[in-house]
Structures are given as structure tokens and as C-alpha cells.
Design a protein around this ligand. Structure first.
Ligand code: AMP
Length: 117
């Protein structure tokens, strides 16, 4: 069984969040430390720790994350100028919360795809 995270608590309504969208498969809420004028996290209601843990059973739900991202980008008024969708995985990917999530970032030029360090 996967570890319970703050995101699972948000899905269950046990932790506060600025929820902008919710249905039976996904929940979307504003990032608590926004990196851009629009910074929304779109997460499966089901607790999947990382991309490494997805299965073929998750394919429809994972596609739905993109449909919700596109809808929210329209609502945020950033669809035409553009935005970035990010899914981090494990340590080298910079993942901090181990409940799979998609970042929707926009409202300013986001810059290079990845930073060279
Ligand atoms: P990641 O590095 O991809 O795991 O990103 C985790 C994101 O979750 C970070 O951008 C955090 O600012 C955000 N975050 C952590 N806790 C919360 C919370 N309680 N509500 C909203 N966003 C959160």
C-alpha cells in the first residue's frame, strides 16, 4: 500500500486546498508555493506514488489529466500564450510529494525546458 500524502488528504477533504476543479477521477488545486502566475496541480484521486507505478489500467485517467489541464488553461486565460505541463518522478526528477501530479504553469514566459546545472 502506498504512503498517505498531503495530496491524498486534499482529495479526501481532510487538508485545505484552493481547489479549482474536481471530478470522480482527478482533483486540481493551486500550488501553495506558485512558481508562475498560474500554478495548478492536477492529481489523480487514486494515490499513485510516481510515474513508475502507473499501469495500463490508469491510461484513461492519465489522458483525462491532459483534458483537465487544457480546460483549466482556457479558464486561466493562458491557453493562447502557452504554458508548461510538468510531471516530476523521484529524486532526479525533483519529485517531493509522492502522489503523482501534473504541474500546470503559465501566465509568464516559462523559459528553457530544463536548467543546465
Ligand atoms: P513536486 O516537486 O513535483 O513533487 O511538486 C510538489 C509541489 O506540491 C510543490 O510545487 C509544492 O509547492 C506543492 N505543494 C506541497 N504541499 C502542498 C499543499 N498542501 N497545497 C498545495 N501545493 C502543495
Amino acid at each position: 500500500m502506498s504512503e498517505d500524502t498531503i495530496f491524498s488528504k486534499i482529495v479526501r477533504g481532510e487538508a485545505p486546498a484552493d481547489i479549482v476543479y474536481r471530478d470522480d477521477r482527478v482533483t486540481a488545486f493551486r500550488d501553495i508555493q506558485p512558481q508562475a502566475p498560474t500554478h495548478i496541480l492536477i492529481i489523480p484521486n487514486k494515490a499513485i506514488p510516481t510515474v513508475n507505478d502507473v499501469t495500463t489500467d490508469d491510461e484513461a485517467m492519465l489522458g483525462h489529466l491532459f483534458v483537465v489541464a487544457a480546460k483549466l488553461a482556457q479558464e486561466e486565460g493562458i491557453a493562447e500564450d502557452g504554458y508548461r505541463l510538468i510531471v516530476n518522478c523521484n529524486h532526479d526528477g525533483g519529485q517531493v510529494v509522492f502522489h503523482l501530479h501534473m504541474h500546470l504553469l503559465g501566465g509568464r514566459p516559462i523559459g528553457r525546458m530544463v536548467q543546465r546545472v
